[in-house]
Ligand binder design. Structure first.
Ligand code: CA
Length: 221
């Protein structure tokens, strides 16, 4: 899952960004409203955390601009304790949830996970699919024989994205857009390497190749 974190408090952005990366998100950070507006309109985010008090352009304006451009990823806004008018303005423009500062990172994380689940029509924090059980909380995978495996960050990001998009053809470029951060080098050969690693783990037949199109995750044939 690719996440845009918009926060002008540099220390807060860095520490929250680290926590989010540890939870399996690919995180881009914007420190002002203009950069945030641009990134949110141009890049393929799955979710965003948006501070409302920003330099150059307010969070409310940024959100309005994203929505006007048809960007419909879930947005969690960060607000000051007494800023109830901002909160209402943000919801009217299409915010999905909010957290009041100061907050515990854990609360932001569980709210983001819930937003992503709901965006994919799911209610539970585990994804079960054809005998595989992927746990969002500790990024572990249970195989059909009951073996529990701890996934690496990239394995988790990739499998999570496949499982949320079961049956869809996912091109390498789409996978790269949703799995890598802005500054990462997007080498599509590396994605192939990770896909082969996942196939070894869960069985080759679960991720099929559509020549010239991409990959499809599904159950064993
Ligand atoms: Ca701020």
């Amino acid at each position: 899952m690719r996440l845009l974190l918009v926060e002008d408090d540099h220390a807060l952005a860095e520490s929250l960004g680290q926590r989010l990366r540890a939870e399996g998100f690919a995180v881009d950070i914007a420190g002002n409203g203009v950069d945030a507006e641009h990134l949110g309109r141009e890049e393929a985010y799955d979710v965003a955390v948006l501070d409302l008090g920003l330099p150059k352009k307010s969070g409310v304006e940024v959100l309005g601009s994203w929505r006007a451009a048809g960007r419909d990823f879930p947005v969690l806004v960060l607000t000051a304790r007494d800023a109830w008018q901002d909160k209402i303005a943000a919801f009217k423009l299409g915010a999905d949830d909010y957290v009041t500062k100061p907050f515990h990172d854990e609360e932001v994380i569980v709210r983001l996970q819930a937003l992503i689940r709901r965006a994919h029509g799911r209610a539970r924090p585990v994804i079960e699919s054809h005998g595989l059980v992927l746990d969002e909380d500790d990024q572990s995978l249970r195989l059909p024989d009951g073996t529990q495996t701890q996934l690496t960050a990239m394995e988790y990001r990739l499998l999570h994205y496949f499982m949320l998009n079961e049956g869809k053809v996912l091109s390498k470029s789409r996978l790269a857009e949703h799995l890598y951060e802005y500054d990462d080098e997007r080498d599509s050969n590396v994605i192939e390497v990770y896909i082969n690693r996942l196939r070894q783990l869960i069985g080759r037949e679960r991720i099929t190749t559509r020549r010239g199109q991409g990959y499809v995750y599904g159950g064993p044939a």
